[in-house]
Design a protein around this ligand. Structure first.
Ligand SMILES: C[S@@+](CC[C@H](N)C(=O)[O-])C[C@H]1O[C@@H](n2cnc3c(N)ncnc32)[C@H](O)[C@@H]1O
Length: 270
């Protein structure tokens, strides 16, 4: 009892404040119900995602898309990390999306390269309807993620209100083809949400395409860039699998872009 009392005394106020914060904090879509807010909390969310991923791994065989030698490097790396998920960066695109005042509930959303269902579940918890969420990747263990290459998508023109590629463009050798495809399947007035990450100093082709070059190649399709952010961070090179030790500055960039149609001729390649 002697030990328990001070622990309760210290932890209870913290837990209470924490619970209040989670219930009251502004979310990307601020019309979320109590259960969604609760499931969005760190541990319930992790539990939900891990349970679903485990179920899929046990019940389904992964399906792969054949990729070229050039694409192999990024592909192998991503399949090896297929259970990983960057919640923070996904919540950032949701915030960019909320900044556009588009209704989450009524929008058809395409997520390109989610790696697993976690990004879809997070979008659903933040207010998108499950039936309105679509996803593609080069591999899949999920019935919700179609196996398809972003450079050549099977969707008809103007199929989606929002198209997201979060940390995907650096892995696509022909990024300008993928961007043109995204513009094609996105409705006029729809939104492309792009997130890039790259090393400025290292000659790694997967991390060396600044967002400006992407957007430059898209100029004819863009209506209005409503969000742009550059955020330099230090990354651990060993963890990133780039070098044995050391750190390097990385620019993480987000962009939110409205799409217009009838592109002009002669769009530049990036
Ligand atoms: C770094 S992961 C990003 C995962 C997730 N979006 C996130 O932010 O945590 C990149 C994903 O893009 C997928 N990808 C790479 N090239 C692709 C392509 N051409 N078409 C569709 N998906 C692709 C990879 O398979 C991988 O799942």
């Amino acid at each position: 009892m002697q030990l328990v009392k001070p622990i309760v005394k210290r932890c209870l106020p913290y837990e209470l404040i924490n619970a209040l914060w989670w219930l009251l904090r502004p979310e990307p879509s601020n019309t979320l119900g109590f259960w969604r807010l609760l499931l969005l909390k760190r541990y319930p969310f992790r539990f939900l995602v891990q349970l679903r991923l485990l179920y899929l791994e046990l019940t389904r065989k992964p399906v792969f898309l054949a990729v070229s030698e050039e694409e192999r490097k990024g592909f192998d790396r991503n399949f090896r990390y297929r259970h990983r998920f960057g919640r923070q960066r996904v919540e950032r695109w949701l915030r960019v999306c909320a900044a556009s005042n588009k209704s989450f509930r009524d929008s058809r959303l395409l997520i390109i390269g989610p790696r697993n269902e976690a990004e879809l579940i997070l979008a659903w918890l933040h207010g998108f309807r499950w039936d309105n969420i679509f996803a593609i990747d080069l591999f899949s263990v999920s019935p919700k993620i179609a196996v398809m290459n972003a450079e050549r998508m099977d969707f008809p023109d103007d199929s989606f209100d929002i198209v997201v590629a979060c940390a995907v463009l650096p892995y696509i050798p022909n990024a300008s083809d993928a961007l043109r495809e995204m513009a094609r399947i996105c409705r006029p007035g729809g939104i492309l949400l792009l997130r890039n990450s790259y090393y400025e100093r290292l000659p790694n082709p997967y991390f060396s395409r600044p967002m400006d070059r992407y957007l430059g190649s898209m100029e004819a399709y863009l209506d209005y860039v409503f969000f742009r952010e550059k955020e330099p961070i230090e990354i651990d090179l060993r963890k990133a699998g780039i070098a044995d030790s050391g750190t390097a500055p990385v620019l993480v960039e987000y962009a939110g872009v409205y799409i217009k149609k009838q592109p002009k001729e002669g769009v530049a390649k990036c």
